[in-house]
Ligand binder design. Structure first.
Ligand SMILES: [Zn+2]
Length: 288
């Protein structure tokens, strides 16, 4: 069973987690936002959802408890449960200067508006380093969950802020599986010790967890590829494949499974292992 997380918790000498107070099926116990650093101004990673006054008071309380203010805000990706709280923070938490809010640009580029447009993002790029007293964060571009997703390496602890790329519990969803798998491989190369995920508890064994995520997806992919190859004379629709592969799960969950299988098919097609026709009722077969 899942552990209950405290609303404000000091996780290390330089990391404090403040829960977004937005629990739900997609957010587990809510979004994790993190105050990082040791000084009188610290970096805030992610901001939770809009219009959650409880979160704003928790964040205020954490800032007071640790006698600090926000140096700048970094959001791991555009999803509303990570970027949605920016406006409320800017409006309700006083700061010496205007807040500087950083993220990676959308890819392909598209205009992003914060709140009513009174603030703009400062765009980072892969490899950028952001410093504050006691902490150095390196940006790692990890697309797949979204096209603008970043993880951050906290160098002093060899710890990863993984956003939604790796979660504290269960598996995550993604937009592009090909990119997502590459991002997991990039994260594995870092050889981080621990992971501070975007949702759920701290992950103490970074490498094992990333490997688990990779093998979970690989198993599913292997299943699809084997099926298509063993029946190379046939072409399959996504629905055909789901009926075979997910025969043990209730039919009302097949729509979600279809989405997953389709992402696998697109990845396999990108890799040249299968191909599809252009019919409205798209069918896939093995490339021989
Ligand atoms: Zn997300």
């Amino acid at each position: 069973m899942s552990v209950t997380l405290q609303r404000i918790e000091r996780l290390s000498s330089r990391v404090v987690r403040v829960l977004g107070c937005n629990p739900g099926p997609m957010t587990l116990q809510g979004t994790n936002t993190y105050l990082v650093g040791t000084g009188s101004r610290r970096i805030l990673i992610d901001t939770g959802e809009p219009s959650i006054p409880e979160y704003i008071s928790c964040l205020k309380q954490a800032l007071a408890e640790f006698n600090t203010a926000i140096q700048e805000i970094i959001v791991t990706h555009w999803h509303v449960d990570h970027s949605g709280g920016i406006k409320d923070i800017c409006k309700n938490i006083e700061n010496e200067t205007t807040y500087c809010i950083k993220k990676l640009p959308r890819n392909p580029h598209r205009k992003e508006i914060i709140g009513n447009g009174e603030q703009q993002y400062v765009y980072l790029k892969d490899g950028d380093v952001i410093k504050t007293e006691g902490a150095t964060l390196r940006v790692i571009y990890t697309p797949g969950h979204t096209d603008d997703h970043m993880a951050l390496l906290l160098e002093e602890e060899n710890a990863l802020f993984s956003g939604d790329c790796i979660l504290g519990e269960g598996t995550t969803i993604f937009e592009d599986l090909y990119d997502y798998m590459n991002s997991l491989k990039e994260l594995l190369k870092i050889k981080a010790n621990i992971i501070y995920p975007g949702h759920g508890p701290v992950i103490p064994n970074a490498e094992a967890t990333i490997l688990q995520y990779i093998s979970h997806r690989n198993k599913r992919e292997e299943q699809i590829l084997t099926l298509v190859r063993d029946n190379f004379e046939k072409a399959f629709t996504v629905t055909d494949l789901v009926k075979i592969i997910y025969k043990n799960i209730p039919e009302n969950l097949h729509k979600m499974a279809e989405r997953n299988v389709l992402l696998h098919l697109k990845k396999l097609e990108k890799e040249g292992k299968i191909f599809s026709n252009t019919d409205p009722n798209k069918k896939w077969r093995a490339a021989l």
